[in-house]
Write a protein that binds this ligand. Structure first.
Ligand code: MEV
Length: 327
């Protein structure tokens, strides 16, 4: 039996369709080259010790009881979803052992780039490898999705899906995940407002709106779906200009459901003014990140405009690789 194993999983950018995907519409999402890593190690005792530098929390679970080491009272709430995932994997593998799980991540937390999903996917993959549990990628996705439900309440599953499979995918709740073959480069600038927010609360806010105004919300969700469908065509034809316009339209719909704010809007307008083909918030909104699509020669100007407007910009591209076991 192995004594240690390591795995990593990527962050994501939702190009189109966030929030509407929770309510049955499709979303287009891509993996980017920022990763979370989980290193699993056998312990001599039966305890499960979890530490995460990114959220400054650590502690061990012994007979279901939590003993905090770092992070105070919130550490248990933050680490418990990963503990449950680890417990589940131990039960499945029928191995009665203890585990150290060390999580490291270069993905900004609570910023719309899928950090919690990447951590859950990397954790499941490292434990699967350590314990020879025989999980497939589909199983890893399902396990990470369960952890995400504990964290965010009613997520669609789009975040753990892209973190598991990588590339560019069309995701629709309850349907088979469709990989999109995108030949064209997608040069992107991400702008972080540096305002942390809770994905669960943003999902709940939209859920409440949908319950109060079902007829109106339904129409907006239908337009969200039409925007995604038109964008698939644009991607198939390497038509970045149409894709940019669809991103702008998508941002307007997200404003309509109240998930943008003046910080995100400022970065979105700055990016467009600096030559972006399109710009929108990405992820749950309320803070976190926006994304701009631009021709390569305009990337630096767009990033500079975002920085000048109070955001923190970085340039990125789509990446093919999803979850992977590290040597
Ligand atoms: C969060 O990255 C994307 C949302 O659509 C929630 C979800 O789909 O789970 C806001």
């Amino acid at each position: 039996m192995k004594t240690q194993a390591k795995a990593s999983a990527p962050a994501k950018v939702i190009l189109l369709g966030e929030h509407f995907v929770v309510h049955g519409a499709p979303a287009i999402v891509l993996a980017i080259d920022k990763r979370a890593t989980a290193q699993a190690q056998l312990r001599r005792d039966k305890q499960i010790f979890i530490s995460s530098k990114a959220i400054s929390s650590s502690g061990y679970f012994s007979n279901g009881k939590f003993h905090v080491q770092e992070g105070g009272k919130q550490a248990k709430t933050k680490l418990e979803p990963i503990y449950k995932l680890a417990r589940n994997l131990l039960n499945l593998s029928k191995k009665d052992v203890g585990i150290n799980l060390k999580i490291d991540s270069s993905i900004p937390v609570a910023a719309g780039l899928g950090s919690s999903a990447a951590v859950a996917v990397a954790s499941a993959a490292s434990l699967n490898h350590l314990l020879d549990a025989g999980l497939t990628k589909d199983d890893i996705f399902t396990m990470a999705f369960e952890a995400e439900k504990i964290i965010h309440g009613n997520p669609s599953g789009v975040d753990p899906a892209i973190s598991t499979y990588g590339g560019v995918i069309l995701y629709r709740r309850g349907e088979k995940i469709r990989k999109l073959d995108v030949a064209v480069d997608l040069p992107l600038v991400i702008g972080d407002t540096k305002i942390e927010r809770s994905t669960g609360k943003m999902i709940a806010h939209v859920g409440d709106l949908v319950n109060r105004y079902p007829v109106v919300s339904d129409k907006i969700i239908q337009v969200g779906e039409a925007v995604v469908n038109r964008s698939i065509q644009a991607l198939e034809h390497s038509d970045l200009e149409t894709l940019g316009e669809m991103m702008n339209l998508n941002h307007a719909l997200l404003c309509a459901i109240g998930v943008s704010n003046e910080h995100l809007d400022r970065l979105v307008y700055a990016a467009r003014k600096a030559g972006a083909l399109g710009a929108k918030l990405t992820g749950a909104g309320g803070g976190g990140c926006m994304v701009a699509l631009a021709y390569p020669e305009n990337l630096d100007a767009v990033a500079e405009a975002i920085n000048q407007s109070g955001g923190e910009a970085f340039i990125t591209e789509k990446t093919v690789e999803g979850v992977r076991v590290e040597s």
